[in-house]
Design a binder for this molecule. Structure first.
Ligand SMILES: Nc1ncnc2c1ncn2[C@@H]1O[C@H](COP(=O)(O)OP(=O)(O)OP(=O)(O)O)[C@@H](O)[C@H]1O
Length: 353
């Protein structure tokens, strides 16, 4: 799927809601799009199947330019694009099987074929025993499974997921994300995942893009964006997952410049295999540093370890360039983010003031 220079303006006075967005979604990828409320996520996803007509730009799915199509040709092209929604959008008067059958009926598939195609779809989403149940008899997670089976009924090439887990509790969210990942692996289905939760991206997305005020401000493999976010928005989305920023009460005590009574504060980003190296022991033994750990966390993103550790590097002094080159030899990233007043000196400073 290719999105090229997509722009959408609803009301010219309000300015564009999508502003020149370009993005390629690789075949078989799960690509997350994250943004705050009002960033333009729903508008973007609705432009992709032309539920909303973009003001300019193109959307190409499997070499077909969706944005140039209308009428029957557009309806046919939409079969390549399945969609699931936050509030499931099931018909309450139809059974589970009846809801899954709906897109097949609209596409003119014969009754016999529909009867044949429903059971494997329900099997795929773990609802084989619920074919005759009505939506009111299902849990939220089960309703979303029906939504997924319905979205897959016409064998789409791409699945658009618009906040599909936002109405679900954490445990059900995990099960639905697991199901999406499983379907992605088994069918090779490309999934575009619209969300405002980094946990959702972390759980299953191989790539992630960040949307802010209608502009794409970041895009790349999930691990790279998580390890080295460039925008404040991405950093703030990541705050519950990766310890990029110090808690405000610690950050507020750091000084921007070195003084005679301060020690540098070193931030180290651990990625890949080096996350398992005895880095701190080497800093102590080889570089004679007295580390005092301020904040840290190590986690797994896309199956790879990612850690951020911030420490006061007592005794670092002139050895900073050597330490940074040692870290980069392990392909770790290190930087001095400020200076901390030594505890004894802090007491003296307080007494002085
Ligand atoms: N049909 C419409 N007419 C006019 N303005 C609209 C319309 N749909 C959306 N907007 C405006 O476009 C902006 C982006 O909305 P959109 O729903 O695409 O964002 P979002 O990132 O999905 O937000 P949320 O997560 O809150 O749904 C908002 O300012 C919204 O008010």
């Amino acid at each position: 799927m290719r999105i090229e220079n997509l722009t959408k303006t609803y009301e010219s006075a309000a300015g564009p809601v999508l502003d020149d967005v370009s993005l390629t979604i690789g075949e078989g990828h799960i690509h997350g799009i994250i943004g705050r409320s009002g960033a333009g996520k729903s508008t973007l996803v609705r432009c992709l199947n032309k539920l909303v007509t973009p003001t300019s730009g193109r959307v190409i799915v499997s070499d077909r330019e969706i944005t140039s199509l209308d009428g029957a040709a557009l309806r046919a092209a939409r079969r390549d694009i399945g969609m699931i929604f936050q509030h499931f959008n099931l018909l309450s008067s139809r059974t589970v099987a009846g809801n899954v059958a709906l897109p097949l009926e609209v596409a003119g598939v014969s009754k016999a074929d529909i009867r044949r195609r429903i059971p494997p779809l329900l099997e795929l989403v773990g609802l084989a025993s619920k074919a005759d149940a009505y939506p009111s008899e299902l849990s939220g997670g089960q309703k979303q499974r029906v939504g997924i089976a319905r979205a897959l009924a016409l064998d789409p090439k791409v699945l658009l997921s618009d906040e599909a887990t936002s109405a679900l509790d954490p445990e059900t969210t995990e099960q639905i994300l697991h199901l999406l990942k499983d379907i992605n692996r088994r069918l090779g289905l490309t999934i575009l995942l619209i969300t405002h939760e980094m946990e959702v991206v972390r759980a299953i997305a191989s790539h992630v893009a960040v949307l802010e005020h209608g502009r794409l401000i970041e895009n790349g493999p999930t691990f790279d964006v998580f390890a080295f976010p460039k925008s404040p928005v991405a950093r703030s989305f990541l705050s519950s997952i990766v310890a990029h920023d110090l808690p405000p009460e610690i950050a507020g005590r750091l000084l921007p410049e070195a003084h005679a009574d301060t020690d540098p504060v070193l931030r180290i980003v651990f990625t890949g295999d080096a996350a398992h190296d005895p880095v701190i022991a080497t800093l102590v033994e080889q570089f004679r540093i007295r580390p005092n750990i301020l904040h840290g966390r190590i986690d797994y993103i896309d199956g790879k370890p990612l850690g951020v550790l911030t420490l006061i590097a007592g005794g670092l002094g002139e050895r900073l360039p050597d330490v940074l080159s040692y870290l980069s030899s392990l392909r770790l990233f290190g930087e001095v983010i400020g200076h901390a007043v030594r505890p004894a000196a802090a007491g003296a400073r307080r007494a002085h003031s």
